[in-house]
Design a protein around this ligand. Structure first.
Ligand SMILES: N[C@@H](CCC(=O)N[C@@H](CS)C(=O)NCC(=O)O)C(=O)O
Length: 211
């Protein structure tokens, strides 16, 4: 099994923390963005989405998209469940992980990719080229603030994002909070619940070993 990885980027970090929490040994293949290795014909043949991370199973199956990768790893390595322990938990973890991704991670990406000089003509991840939009950057900044408030609200009555247990929903939310710093957005002072939770999950060994 191999993980095609680029550790400095936030989405690969989500999977790297997941793997560390589960204590799984996986060979890494570095895909260097700066050299365009995620957009070569060779890589595209394995992953038409042209993104990272991607998993190659021992049977030679290629799985991209973090939800696909974590689902596969959870099935193969069920010890230390991170996607829920029963049907209800699985549904709730997936719900919150998806919300963290679309309302958090993609909101930050909306700012980052629509403002960074390195993303001119590359405002959206994937095989197609899109121009930057300052309107999308502004909208993304507003969405980040709402993400912080909404997740703070969820943590007012829950120890972790999806309830009383640490899960993939926490990992995606934590990585989003750290990614937000790249666009100078930090958890607001008035989000005491989110700040309390952030302190706790940031101290986990699997998080510290994947900065
Ligand atoms: N929806 C994807 C997101 C993956 C993603 O956005 N990866 C970024 C790195 S954080 C990437 O590959 N970027 C390539 C590019 O910028 O062209 C998933 O769930 O795996």
């Amino acid at each position: 099994m191999k993980l095609y990885d680029f550790p400095p980027a936030p989405n690969p970090r989500r999977v790297n923390i997941f793997i560390a929490e589960k204590n799984i040994e996986i060979e890494r293949v570095l895909i260097d963005f700066s050299a365009g290795e995620h957009r070569t014909d060779e890589y595209k043949a394995k992953n038409p989405a042209c993104d990272v991370p991607m998993l190659e199973t021992a049977d030679g199956v290629y799985i991209s998209q973090i939800r696909g990768i974590t689902r596969y790893l959870e099935e193969q390595f069920p010890a230390t469940p991170l996607l829920g322990r029963n049907a209800a938990e699985k549904g709730v973890v997936e719900m919150w992980e998806h919300l963290a991704f679309i309302n958090g991670m993609l909101a930050v990406a909306e700012v980052f990719r629509n403002t960074g000089k390195g993303f001119v003509g590359r405002a959206v991840v994937g095989p197609h080229n899109y121009e930057q939009s300052s309107e999308l950057a502004s909208r993304g900044a507003a969405r980040i603030l709402n993400f912080f408030q909404d997740f703070n609200q969820q943590l007012a009555s829950n120890e972790y994002i999806a309830g009383d247990h640490y899960s993939m929903a926490d990992i995606t939310t934590l990585v989003t909070c750290d990614f937000a710093k790249w666009v100078k957005a930090d958890i607001p002072e008035d989000c005491a619940h989110l700040r309390r939770w952030y302190e706790t999950v940031s101290a986990r060994p699997a998080v510290l070993s994947n900065p």
